[in-house]
Design a protein around this ligand. Sequence first.
Ligand SMILES: *Cc1c(COP(=O)(O)O)cnc(C)c1O
Length: 358
Amino acid sequence: MNRVVDLRSDTVTQPTAAMRAAMFAAPLGDDVFGDDPSVNALQERIADMLGFEAALFMPTGTQSNLCGLMAHCQRGDEYIVGQSAHTFRYEGGGAAVLGSIQPQPLAQNASGQMALADIASAVKPDDCHFARTKLLCLENTWNGHPMPMDYLRQATALARQHGLAAHLDGARLFNAAVATAEPGETVAAAARRITSHFDSVSVCLSKGLGAPVGSALCGSKELIARAHRVRKMTGGGMRQSGLLAAAATHALEHHLERLADDHALVQRLARGLSGIAGLQVRSAQTNIVFLDVADGRGPDLLAFLKARGILATGLIGLRFVTHLDVDAAGIDRTVDAIAAFFSERAETALATQRASGY
Ligand SMILES: *Cc1c(COP(=O)(O)O)cnc(C)c1O
């Protein structure tokens, strides 16, 4: 029996044996008292790696973004964000609901960029009619797309010109770093080049890095102190969380450079699918492939794959995500199964045609 090829998300990974051993051996304390050595070590490591004064370990990326937004913005402030950005669209409206922060969503192009002119004209003048525009929020990668460095530089410079701070939802920051690294540059150094443009960044440790749980918010000491209060308020004061932080530290030590393998598997999948009639590879960037399937056959394809032990999602086009627990054999099985789906269709269509006398 082949094992399941789970391409639904890079969040589905199981901790490796070495990661479990690191968790088992982790020294622990009570982090609400600030004395969990494994949490403190993770926070120092990630802050240092990404070039910030301080960091805070968070249960999830959603809470990390929320604490970041609430640390930047007061009740009645506004943040500029992409129309389909995660913080605006997929986090339960938390910034508005819990932070009383008004989002100003803007259209994004096919690679997730908001036009600079749109950003500039969305900044409100100081006038009692308007919410106070305080923050620009970008996302990198967005649906797998790495933001070009020039765009990051220009957009954050524009934010500064207007007196705004800049926050990066870098759930998959390290995938962006792999994609934009210069020859010979480490993933950590490439990540730092990205984060150097921002006042705060949230990174997921539980996605491509393969930790079971957790994100980190990085920023200045002052910003992180404010975020710490919000984390407590939103129920995120965790106790012996060093158990989880140790997994994340292990991931930072061992799983950064290997993200390139996930990207190579995405290219392998895209190549395998390129000749198949009836589907279109919409994008194949970093560790995510999106497919468009003709004639509304997406749900049928997903069911066909599921019956063969291959899992993907179909929320916004069919999505396949590679990660630590996927290998080339699994990708080849996926290509073969998708090819079989479309050739069975073709045969059925041909048979129907013949039967009806064409
Ligand atoms: C996954 C994700 C988050 C949130 O992370 P959770 O840990 O699932 O809450 C935020 N932003 C982006 C872009 C993501 O992909």
